[in-house]
Ligand binder design. Structure first.
Ligand code: MAN
Length: 356
């Protein structure tokens, strides 16, 4: 498989030990899947911080939020017959699924895009209300007409859906509730309207007929979504045979909207690929990479909280050098960086692009 990502030599850029836990009694188990944006001449990450208590040898324990926002710790004996704990990310207890960690979103910033720190005076974003009691995850940040749109996965015992908050100053937020109900995640809004409408990619899941496919939706206001169309499906016998999901906002290029997406196979290996959508009608897929453009290969991608994972939902585009810098979660535990040359991605899509 051809991997065209140029990983930062400084990887991993962030590890769990780099951040303080949000409350006493928890520790940071994973730092992953940051939304990315530019603000005040800095590169910012809205990183997913996944926490849980120190684990004992006889219990599994994990935090959940109440609808009022209090943190409670669930503790279950490992030899309890009603516990199924075969995946490090989720457990089933008495027929109910829980996450093994509770995630919130935290802002970090950087002058050079490599060394990130937590600036003072910015709130952590925690889950709120009955639809976010198992946390908030994997936020995409879209800048459109002077406003930042935060679309993130909201998890609770009601299911996994997409919630949205908006901000202009990263200090105050407006909550728009759940914009796409369960089961749905991996939602990213385009950074420009097309023919007067907002567009978004999202990933509903269908258990029986259908699958984990990428869909396109349109909206008059960015809050109410309709005219859903299924545009990118999993491919059998391929690296993206089990699930596909959008990364960050599609990048506008002269050839079309370029989207970097993740795909996983039945063995839960997560790689990245790319596809191209028509500029005027983004329901038309013009091209899609056959091979992945990035494959977990480095030690920090192969082993960690959940190994064999590269997952991105944030990038910065440099139009002078025609380069995309992605920030990505490695092994569901670390935040890393890598660059792609636009010409390399287009070559993988079957184009021979001349960029100056
Ligand atoms: C999957 C994984 C986890 C995530 C849950 C809920 O199990 O993507 O990382 O926490 O879904 O979204």
């Amino acid at each position: 498989m051809k991997d065209i990502a140029k990983r930062f030599p400084e990887n991993p850029l962030l590890s769990p030990a780099d951040l303080e836990p949000s409350i006493e009694g928890l520790h940071v188990a994973c730092l992953l899947n940051p939304g990315v944006f530019r603000y005040n001449n800095k590169t910012w990450l809205l990183v997913r911080v996944a926490e849980r208590p120190e684990q004992s040898e006889v219990h599994i324990s994990f935090p959940v939020l109440t609808a009022a926002g209090e943190t409670e710790i669930m503790e279950i004996a490992l030899d309890d017959k009603e516990l199924i704990a075969t995946d490090t990310r989720v457990v089933r207890y008495k027929g109910v699924d829980y996450l093994t960690t509770l995630s919130h979103l935290r802002l970090l910033c950087s002058d050079d895009g490599i060394k990130f720190y937590e600036p003072e005076g910015y709130k952590k974003l925690f889950g709120t209300g009955a639809l976010q009691t198992f946390g908030v995850e994997d936020c995409r940040v879209t800048f459109l007409e002077d406003k930042y749109y935060l679309t993130f996965t909201a998890v609770s015992d009601n299911g996994v859906g997409v919630c949205m908050r908006t901000t202009t100053d990263w200090k105050t937020y407006e909550s728009h509730g759940m914009i796409l109900p369960p089961h749905n995640k991996d939602c990213t809004i385009f950074e420009e309207k097309i023919n007067g409408l907002f567009y978004a990619l999202h990933r509903p899941s269908s258990v029986d007929i259908g699958g984990n496919y990428i869909w396109l939706a349109e909206s008059p206001d960015g809050v109410h979504w309709g005219n859903h169309k299924c545009i990118v499906k999993t491919r059998s016998n391929s690296w993206d045979s089990a699930r596909v999901g959008a990364g960050a906002s599609p990048i506008k290029t002269e050839k079309g909207w370029l989207e970097i997406y993740h795909g996983a196979n039945a063995g839960h290996q997560y790689c990245l690929g790319a596809f191209l959508l028509d500029l005027n009608d983004p329901s038309k897929v013009i091209a899609r990479t056959v091979e992945p453009i990035m494959v977990p290969t480095e030690p920090y991608e192969l082993s960690g909280f959940f190994g064999h994972v590269v997952f991105t939902n944030g990038h910065v585009v440099d139009n002078d050098t025609h380069t995309i810098t992605i920030y990505y979660g490695a092994a569901d535990e670390f935040v890393c960086g890598a660059k792609f040359l636009l010409v390399d991605i287009f070559a993988a899509l079957g184009y021979n692009l001349q960029l100056e």
